[in-house]
Design a protein around this ligand. Structure first.
Ligand code: AMP
Length: 145
């Protein structure tokens, strides 16, 4: 699939669209999902231009997973959900709505349904407060990872 440089995550990466940033390193960026399926829903994206997992370099794939692991640890520490899902969709048939590779980190609670996917925009102040809590719990790490 050819990469669309005008997708919203590409715009976020080049500073042409805003995001509530949680973490950034050389290869990845983490920010709050603005239409979260649960409180603390994060997105991890590579800085590399890849729409789906098929085009992603092995280096960027590894960097995204390392960052996703740290994101899951930070969410677990900050918000203490009993469960966390990591999800990643490739293609509209799989539910992908933004054509830049990304991994979702979504807290889960038994018996609590997820909000519908990419549907309702969350209050920005609430998202910023959640981001601050997750940032404060981000695990110590070597910045190169
Ligand atoms: P997917 O449908 O798997 O491609 O996931 C895309 C995700 O991006 C959805 O969960 C949306 O809620 C989220 N999203 C869309 N636009 C933005 C944006 N501008 N900032 C943050 N999250 C977004």
């Amino acid at each position: 699939m050819s990469y669309d440089p005008n997708n919203v995550f590409a715009k976020i990466l080049r500073g042409a669209a805003p995001c509530i940033k949680v973490f950034e390193n050389q290869m990845t960026l983490v920010f709050m999902d603005i239409m979260p399926q649960a409180d603390g829903h994060l997105l991890i994206i590579p800085k590399e231009s890849a729409s789906q997992i098929f085009e992603l370099s092995e280096g960027a794939a590894a960097a995204c997973m390392l960052t996703a692991r740290k994101a899951a640890i930070a969410v677990k520490t900050a918000l203490k959900p009993p469960g966390i899902i990591l999800a990643q969709a490739n293609g509209s048939a799989a539910g992908q709505t933004v054509p830049h590779y990304h991994i979702h980190v979504i807290p889960r609670h038994s018996g609590v349904f997820l909000a519908p996917h990419a549907t309702q925009q969350e209050d920005m102040e609430k998202l910023k407060q959640l981001a601050e809590r997750i940032i404060a719990a981000w695990p110590e790490c070597d910045e190169s990872n």
